[in-house]
Every structure is written in C-alpha cells, then in structure tokens.
Design a binder for this molecule. Structure first.
Ligand SMILES: [Zn+2]
Ligand SMILES: [Zn+2]
Ligand SMILES: [Zn+2]
Length: 235
C-alpha cells in the first residue's frame, strides 16, 4: 500500500489525495521513472486547474516529453505516447491474470472527480471519454487530434493493468473481433457473388453459370449432381 509522502498515512486505493493531510501524492511517476522537469514554457493548459502545464522528460530511449500539471498531477500525452510509455515500462507480461484484472478494475471508482467533460489542453475542444483497453477500468479523456489526458493516479493504475496482462487481453479481444469481421465479410462477399451469378446460388461455379441456370430450371436434381461433379473436378 502506498503512503502519503507528507504525513505517512496510508493512501486510499483509488485516489492520490491523502485523507488526513489533503496533499496529493505523485504515485504515477515516483519510483517508476526518473525524470527531469523543465521551465514552464508550454502554452498547454490543465483542463482541471486552468494553469499552464509543465513539460517533463522521462528519458526513455532519449527524450520523451510529456506534460504534467504541478497542481493536480494530471498528465497529458501526445498521440501514441501513452502506449509507448506503457510498453517501455511494462514489457514482461506474458500471461493474463483474469482475477487480478477483475480486482484492478473494481478498485477504480470514478476517481477524484465527478463525471465531467474536460477540454483538450491544446485546442480547447471538449474531449471524448473512452475506456482504455479491455477491462482496465480507466476512462481516459481523449482529443482525437492531440492526445490523451490522465488524472493523477490513473497512470499507476494502467501500469498495474498492463502487468496483470491487460494488454494481452486486449490483443486477444481484438484478434477475436477481427476474425468475426473477416467471417462477416466473407459471407457478404459470397452473398454478393451469388446475387450476380447467372442462375443464382453456386457462386463458385461461374463458368458453369449460363448452362447451369437453364439446367436447374429443367431438372433440379440433375443440376445438383452436375454442380457437385463440377466442384469435384475444379477443386
Ligand atoms: Zn498525508
Ligand atoms: Zn491540474
Ligand atoms: Zn485537441
């Protein structure tokens, strides 16, 4: 269990704010990444506190800059940066721990903020609330053009999700979805082919089409036999 760096009281599971002294704790990056802070020069604004964000360098494979709010410790990532950071920090999950994923998921409540829509730090458009990955329990705020906002504590949560195999679960789900989609497309294709083939049905035997159409009308049983024979020899 994490403790408050200010008063040493145990921190709540799902919050970075200490119940005793009220200070916020940096559970996201402390002990996880060495980083350096830069002078505030970015024009990006914290969507929670309306102050300018500070750029910090995580030094992963060279410069790796993200933005953080000094006040609420929320983090802003340019597109694909969050994924790259998770990948670089947790690359050794080989199994999916479903029980652990379930419990990680259930410890995450709405966080320190009531459900609300916040503005992109760059373009000020209202961001979309989207689930991160499968079963992570983290709802991130995303601007499709500029990136992703995480409230304080959510990055730590995603590290744990990743370690429990969350990414693998997500890949598994995506693989299944792709297979179902491909099957659907294949079925669609067959349907279209059968609609355009003369005589209807039997999409595989287009060379047999015209003749087949006539024969089927005349003698359905014979047509069936011939179709099977054609299939057999053209395999
Ligand atoms: Zn405290
Ligand atoms: Zn803030
Ligand atoms: Zn934006």
């Amino acid at each position: 269990m994490a403790h408050c760096t200010n008063c040493s009281a145990p921190l709540p599971q799902d919050s970075i704010r200490c119940d005793y002294c009220g200070s916020r704790n940096d559970t996201d990056l402390k002990d996880v990444h060495y980083y350096t802070t830069h002078e505030i020069e970015s024009e990006r604004i914290c969507p929670r506190c309306s102050i300018r964000l500070r750029t910090i360098d995580l030094n992963i494979h060279g410069r790796f800059l993200i933005e953080r709010c000094d006040e609420c410790l929320g983090l802003f990532f340019d597109p694909n940066e969050l994924e790259a950071l998770l990948e670089a920090t947790v690359s050794n999950a080989f199994t999916i721990n479903r029980n652990q994923l379930d419990s990680i998921n259930s410890t995450m409540r709405a966080g320190d903020y009531a459900v609300s829509y916040i503005k992109c730090p760059i373009c000020s458009k209202i961001m979309n609330r989207v689930n991160f990955g499968a079963k992570s329990g983290v709802i991130v705020d995303r601007c499709k053009d500029h990136g992703v906002w995480l409230d304080g504590g959510e990055l730590r949560h995603l590290f744990e999700w990743m370690k429990a195999g969350g990414k693998l679960l997500q890949q598994e789900r995506e693989e299944q979805r792709k297979q179902i989609e491909e099957r659907e497309q294949e079925r669609e294709k067959r349907k279209l082919q059968s609609q355009s083939a003369p005589g209807g049905g039997y999409p595989d035997d287009s060379s047999f089409g015209l003749f087949g159409g006539t024969l089927r009308a005349a003698d359905p049983d014979l047509f069936d036999m011939v179709t099977k024979a054609v299939r057999f020899f053209t395999k």
